[in-house]
Design a protein around this ligand. Sequence first.
Ligand SMILES: Nc1nc2c(ncn2[C@@H]2O[C@H](COP(=O)(O)OP(=O)(O)O)[C@@H](O)[C@H]2O)c(=O)[nH]1
Ligand SMILES: [Mg+2]
Length: 201
Amino acid sequence: MGSVLSRPERTVDYVPETVTRSVKLLVAGNFGVGKTTFVSSVSEIRPLRTEETITEASVGIDDMAGLPGKQQTTVAMDFGRITLNPQLALYLFGTPGQQRFVPLWEELARGALGALVLVDTRRIEKADEVLSVLEEREVPYAVAVNQFDGAQTYPLAEIRDALDLTPDTPLTALDARHRGTCLQSLITLVEFLFRRVEARQ
Ligand SMILES: Nc1nc2c(ncn2[C@@H]2O[C@H](COP(=O)(O)OP(=O)(O)O)[C@@H](O)[C@H]2O)c(=O)[nH]1
Ligand SMILES: [Mg+2]
């Protein structure tokens, strides 16, 4: 998988002809956790996104506590694609984090094989809502800690406890700005999902 680890030139907009399998995945997590950053880091097509500059109007609606650097908010979703190996394309759908967009999840979750849930240890309790939405819709997920600069680091075992994850739920750490770590987390998720599919067959 060495080739995907280097950032590709974003010139290939068509799915390579070698691709025989495509998988839809959600990139979920609360507002400001790094979903848009993650999709931009890994996507080999120019990510389609619908970001709005946060205006006065969203003050009090979007919870910006602890997010001094955040100036854009995703009003609908992020979309990206990555060919993980020549045969396998992943389609990534970043879900909008804010509570008012939960109805949109019904559409997004349809046909999704699974989800990668990003969490920020500074606001870890915010992940609970996202995890419950996925559990209600029976979307299997892996969790990835987006390690922000200056945020305290915790052992993954502690995070697993705090989130009350089952022992088989994959848990990794990444930096949403760094393609390599994002890819590792995606690979872990995909391996987990394929194992589940195989176990069912
Ligand atoms: N230091 C640091 N900043 C990040 C990281 N991931 C995202 N950010 C910043 O955090 C803010 C929120 O990220 P964004 O991707 O918009 O979050 P989203 O609401 O989940 O889509 C942005 O200003 C990003 O540049 C990270 O891993 N480290
Ligand atoms: Mg976003």
